[in-house]
Every structure is written in structure tokens, then in C-alpha cells.
Design a protein. Sequence first.
Length: 327
Amino acid sequence: MPSVPGSTRGAVITGWGTALPERVLTNDDLRDTGLDTSDEWIVERTGIRERHIIGFRGAPDVDGSTASLSIAAGRQAIEMAGLEPHQIDAIVLSTTTPDRAVPATSATVQQGLGLRCGAFDINAACSGFTYAMVVAHGLIAMGSERILVIGTDTLSRITDWQDRNTAVLFGDGSGAVVLEAVEGRGQLRGWDLDADGSAEEYLYCETGDVMKMEGKEVFRRAVRIMVDSAEKSMKAAGVTADDIKLVVPHQANARIIKAACDRLGIDMDRAAVVLDRTGNTSSASIPLALADALDAGRVSEGDLVLLVGFGAGMTAASTIIEWGGSS
Ligand code: COA
């Protein structure tokens, strides 16, 4: 449960961007393919109404890749920050669905954005974007000036579209932020990274295969580890749930978000939720929900924002961010 030393060189978010494939798959579309499910069941049990996907049932990926979505989101974030590509010092890309085993997808993204800088991928499943944010703050503490942090997944490529237990849950997308060094402590007030490898059997995907999941067990553990991680970050930051203006949880299931928020004592109108439109986009889910809240003007200078994710591994990660930073 690390506290951020007061002497640390800090960072703030100065730009953000998002990308979703054009192809939309509604719950009714899934039922129409012969899957034994219904819009009513999916909405009631998950909160998901539709998702964006690049490919479906072995059809060619007509609408992008992990790299192309990352490039689109990353470009927006760099433009919003008012930067030229050469000013970026590193790309940290969180993905669990890289386009190839080697090289890292971040190398393709670097080339696509016209950057010349360090570039590497992180895989911490659906907690990955929050892991990447912590790593990027660490790079800035050690002297980097500007980092592009991206969370992208194309889970449609590793989804079994015949399995109603998983097919209704997942989607594709990308979200990116630019982190820039500032004088003083910056925005990161507390953070926590966790993993419990003993739970890996509940959600996994062998190389070249599709995801296998024990939904009930993942649900049960997800609520517990999200709450644990969020509490550790809040303790490290010296704040309580009452101080949190906005929680940006991993977008897996509306009932998981509600259960975690209830246990944390955070009412749902302080939660950022986009999963009704996106499904579970893994690494992209937190930056997509964060960008949505920022675009809607839900966060002001000085507000505390809790990012909290969980995923296969089972991993969990959280950060407390003070919007705009502090000296
Ligand atoms: N449509 C219709 N019925 C479905 C269905 C679907 N898509 N999926 C499952 N069912 C059925 C089950 O077969 C079961 O039927 P039965 O009672 O006749 O056996 C019934 O609905 C209840 O299934 P259950 O698994 O108990 O549902 P649930 O309330 O636990 O919801 C999940 C299932 C997967 C939505 C839920 O467990 C979940 O969200 N888990 C976490 C998954 C997750 O977040 N994964 C990603 C982590 S990053």
C-alpha cells in the first residue's frame, strides 16, 4: 500500500482520447445468431446493451486491430495535450490481446503515430490500464517528461461466440491519456497493485484459444479484490470514500460495480459507467469510462478520482488521482 513520497516528481493528465470499432453488436444481434440468450437476460444480469467489435465468428477483422485502435485513441490524446509526436518520451500500452507475439503492439503503435521513443506492452488483464498508469508515473518520477498511456483490447478475437456464458460480456475498444511531468507532487495520491495467481483457473485463455471463465467465482472474487485494492489506495492517500468525487471502476458487470460501490460506501451517481454501450473491453474499460466522465464535465480541479480495476490473474489495481495535481 505505497504512499507517494512528497518529494516525488509528479505528473498530470493533459489529454485523452478513445476509439471504438464501427461495428456494433447488440444483444438482439447475438440472439439472432442463434445464441440461446435474450436482451432482457443480458441487461438484467450484466447491464450490457451493446458492444463494438472488430471481428465476429471467424469473419475477417474488417474494422481494425489492437494497434489501429490504439493509434486512433493515442493520436487524439496527443492532439488534445497540444503536443507534437516527437515530444512523447514513451508509450506504455496495456493489452491482453496483442496483434502479434513479437514485436510488442506498442512498437506498431509508435510507428503509426510517428514517434521515436521507448515503447512497451503491459499485460495485467483488465487491471492493465491502472497498472500502466502507475508504471508511467514511476517513469516520470525518474525523469521522463511525457508518457502516452494506452489501454486497448480486441477481446472479440479470443471470445467463443457459441458460449453464452462469455459471448455476451466482451467488446473491443481503446482509451489513451497523456501524462506530463509537473513541478511538485502532481496528481497521484495513492496506489495499489495486486495479483493472486492461485485464482488464474477461473479466467484464462490458452494461446490461440478462446477465453474460459467460471463467472460466479470471478464475480465473487472481483467484488472483494476491488474493494480491498480501493481501500488500500485510499488509506495510502489518507482519504476516505466520502472524499472521492468520481469512481472509475472496471466495466465488467453493472452488478459487480454496484456491489463494490455499496461496500465502499460510494453511491452509484459517483460512478462512471459506459459498459451498457461497450461491454467489457478489458484494458480499455477504465480509460473509456474516464474519458466519458471527463467529456461530460464530471471532474473539476482538485476532485479526487478513484480508478479501480480487476481481471484475470486475478489481478487488481487502483489509484487515487487528484485532478489537476497539487504542489
Ligand atoms: N443468456 C441467458 N441465460 C444465461 C446466459 C445468457 N447469456 N448465461 C448464463 N445463463 C443462464 C445459466 O445457464 C443459468 O441457467 P440455469 O439456472 O438453468 O443453470 C442461469 O442463466 C444463471 O446463470 P449464472 O451463471 O448463475 O448467472 P449469473 O447471475 O452468475 O451471471 C455472469 C453470469 C457471467 C453474468 C456473472 O457471473 C458475471 O458477470 N461474472 C463475472 C464475469 C466477469 O466479470 N468476467 C470478466 C472479468 S475481467
